[in-house]
Write a protein that binds this ligand. Sequence first.
Ligand code: GLA
Length: 367
Amino acid sequence: MTGVWFAPGRANLMGEHTDYNDGFVLPFALAQGTTVTATGRSDGVLALTSRQRPGPPVSVALAGLAPGAVHGWAAYPAGVAWALAKAGHDVPGATLAFDSDVPPGAGLSSSAALECATALALTGLAGLDVPRQELAGIARRAENEFAGVPSGIMDQSASLRCQAGHALLLDCQSLDATQVPFTAELLIINTRANHQLSAGEYGTRRRECEEAARALSVPTLRALTDCGITSALSDPILRRRARHVCTDNARVLRTVDLLHDGKYPEVGELLTQSHESLRDDFEVSWPEADVAVEAALAAGAYGARMIGGGFGGSVLALLSDAPDAADRVRAAVKHAYDAHSFTLPEFLPARPCAGAHRLRLYPGAFR
Ligand code: GLA
């Protein structure tokens, strides 16, 4: 059997570095994503190719597969096969040919798209109907334990559980998901900066949040309802980290209310507040992001903020309803980048699209 599956990248409207603190996030799926053409095979081998990384297929035997056995991009799909098996799902060997239009390194979850496309393809070929919430956990386990990247649950949940025209309110503690209607004019600014700090600093932030929770005698920072309590932390770094997580959680819930009322200018203000909090309290922003946010606001955007883990990647701008809003923001950001001698950014239109799905199935063919 051969089939074609698609899984999108994501942008996040609100709630950054909140997922691994059991908090709330509000991502939406992008039109950009990873497509995989998958054919089952009976020799227990995964043969992996990627249009973006030309070369001979990476061949992985499923029997005895273990973390550390596969390196580079192929660790993500191989890790999904490993995590599916660990979860008790009998997955077949397969020939998987990937193609993606999610720009890598842009903070738009190209790796989650790769994992989630693989998860759907392998379960689809096996005729397994694994619930999306469980599949997201499996894809995350592949990333954490097989590829060795210590991310939270947001990206895989967004790729698998989002719906078109909606943002996904995810409670990262219960994993309950609520679809929130969301149809704003948006622009993603890929700053093309990657400051190579991300991996180490991400782990450091996670540890700082755990330490802050311990010092405040709560299981996780999610448990804080009154953000004023963070001022009890004597360590100024932990105080700032905890304040960001607490206030960003509150901003997610407030954003949901505002979206229901169609109050986009107010949503924009929260976006900008979130950026300031990520810049000053969580200290994960980077110069190109700060300049893009400032230029977007000066050009009339309702709000803008960095998205993803930080130290590189993209800024999300919520545009006003003026007819030339996107053109004005693009021109202002380009102008500001020129003035700072930054590499020019890439602009991507963004609208909330469907989560991962099957595109085609050719039963029995190409065996
Ligand atoms: C990365 C991780 C996510 C999340 C964000 C920050 O994208 O993969 O799990 O922690 O950073 O919000």
